[in-house]
Ligand binder design. Structure first.
Ligand code: NAD
Length: 443
């Protein structure tokens, strides 16, 4: 099938590459000319396991193309997929300006029947707005003879395993009331829907809402567990034991019950906020979601508070090694990353940070530029040298089994503040290192 994808970000690029891999002809269009040019030169702008080779191979085979030429891109696809960003507006609601700009482009450029598919995470009712914007634009052109339909098809990939998630989706949600559109969507996704039925077809509004409900449920699990962890500390219980104890109940399960520094990234924080705003719009008080967000905001300061207390409030002139900048492992994404809140609090207190992340160093440089109180180190060992403590903000696999003896030698003060509970407190203590983590009693 011929497919056009608007927005070459985490969602657009990964979906485009995966759909090209199974044989569809995909044209990706973005307003970022630099990104398009680099992709055409074979440079993949984001880190996702398996993505680079997938993009290169499909590009070389001519199944995926990158362009800024929206008119040509619209002409190409019978399906027009919208995967542009929906960042939070000033009041926290989802800003739809990019989505509606794409709708206008489609209305301006289309010459044949199109099926427009909303992949971006958008508030309930957005597909109707997209439909109205396309219809208005067609009318202005005097081409309201052209027919089109708008379906919702929210994306559930996880950064860090985005390619694998798109190759083997748990579910494919399609919001449409049109049998013809459903048939086209079934054909598009048939290669991913072979073993058992994964496509769940529903009305458009329910599909739009499903995405928010899913992310808010996951955010709630995280905030719940962080609340339990903070309470466990006060009660002298070990949250890691509690986690195993509750996870063994299949009604609870082990997924997404890790205590830590709170959720970050480009989705959970903005989607929780956006749903609170949506609820306000219909005069519904989303009490639980407000608490989830509040707990998360507080949680991002928990590690800094521990460090601050430990050094009795005097952090000026101190140097901290920081392992992990990305909001989670296997990505270079630092949007709303807990590490940022931590670093910024340390800087405000007059401390210097020696940071290392396996993938997010360039991103960190791009965000913060050159500063005297940030040293980006080439290895995790280099970040430790002479530091007053080691702080851990992301649970990268390569941090899980360090040489504690070398770590102790490198640090000026043998103390670890671990925001991800990577180590057994008894093991760390055996190496003569003081260890502070989340929801556990220091050994
Ligand atoms: P992103 O910021 O990585 O990429 C968005 C891209 O859209 C950018 O390259 C931008 O230049 C481009 N763009 C903006 N306006 C455009 C226009 N008019 N025409 C063409 N391109 C345009 O965003 P993302 O992380 O891929 O997220 C996209 C959407 O998918 C969001 O709604 C997000 O909430 C949702 N989503 C994201 C994830 C994730 O893990 N990142 C997962 C599921 C859903």
């Amino acid at each position: 099938m011929n497919l056009t994808v608007f927005g070459i970000g985490y969602v657009g690029l990964v979906q485009a590459a995966v759909l090209a891999e199974v044989g569809h002809q995909v044209v990706c269009v973005d307003i970022d000319a630099n990104k398009v040019e680099r992709l055409n030169q074979g440079f993949v702008p984001i880190f996702e396991p398996g993505l680079e080779s997938l993009v290169r191979e499909n590009h070389a085979a001519g199944r995926i193309k990158f362009t800024t030429d929206a008119a040509a891109a619209v002409r190409h696809g019978e399906i027009q997929m919208i995967a542009v960003g929906t960042p939070p507006g000033e009041d926290g609601s989802a800003d739809l300006k990019y989505v509606l700009a794409v709708a206008e482009t489609i209305g301006r450029e289309m010459e044949t029947t199109k099926i427009v598919v909303g992949k971006s995470t958008v508030p309930v009712g957005t597909c109707e707005k997209v439909k109205a914007r396309i219809a208005e634009t067609l009318k202005k052109r005097g081409r309201d003879d052209l027919s089109f339909d708008v379906a919702s098809n929210p994306e559930f990939l996880k950064e860090g395993s985005a390619v694998a998630d798109c190759m083997k989706p748990d579910r494919i949600i399609v919001g449409t009331s049109s049998e013809a559109t459903e048939a086209v969507m079934r054909e598009l996704y048939a290669p991913f829907n072979r073993n058992h039925e994964k496509m769940i077809v529903m009305d458009v509004r329910s599909a739009e809402f499903t995405k928010y409900a899913a992310n808010c449920m996951l955010a709630t699990k995280i905030s719940f567990m962080n609340e339990m962890a903070n309470l466990a500390e006060q009660l002298g219980a070990d949250i890691e034991e509690v986690r195993k104890g509750i996870g063994s109940d299949p009604r609870i399960g082990y997924h997404f019950i890790y205590p830590g520094l709170g959720y970050g990234g480009s989705c959970f924080p903005k989607d929780v906020r956006a749903l609170i705003k949506t609820a306000e719009g219909v005069k519904f008080d989303a009490k639980l979601l407000r608490a989830v967000e509040e707990r998360n905001n507080d949680q991002k300061s928990v590690l800094f508070d521990k460090v601050h207390r430990y050094f009795k409030g005097s952090l000026k002139g101190k140097t901290f090694a920081l392992w992990g900048l990305a909001f989670k492992p296997n990505t270079d994404d630092m949007r709303e990353a807990p590490a940022r809140v931590l670093m910024e609090a340390l800087w405000n207190a007059g401390a210097t940070v020696q940071a290392y992340d396996p993938e997010a160093m360039q991103e960190c440089q791009a965000i913060y530029g050159q500063r005297d109180d940030l040293l980006l180190c080439g290895t995790k060992e280099a970040a430790l040298r002479g530091a007053d403590a080691l702080l851990i903000a992301t649970e990268w696999k390569s941090f899980r089994a360090p040489s504690f003896d070398a770590l102790k030698d490198a640090l000026a003060t043998p103390v670890i503040f671990d925001g991800r509970n990577l180590y057994d407190p008894k093991v760390v203590a055996r190496h003569g290192i003081e260890y502070h983590s989340i929801g556990r009693i220091a050994a």
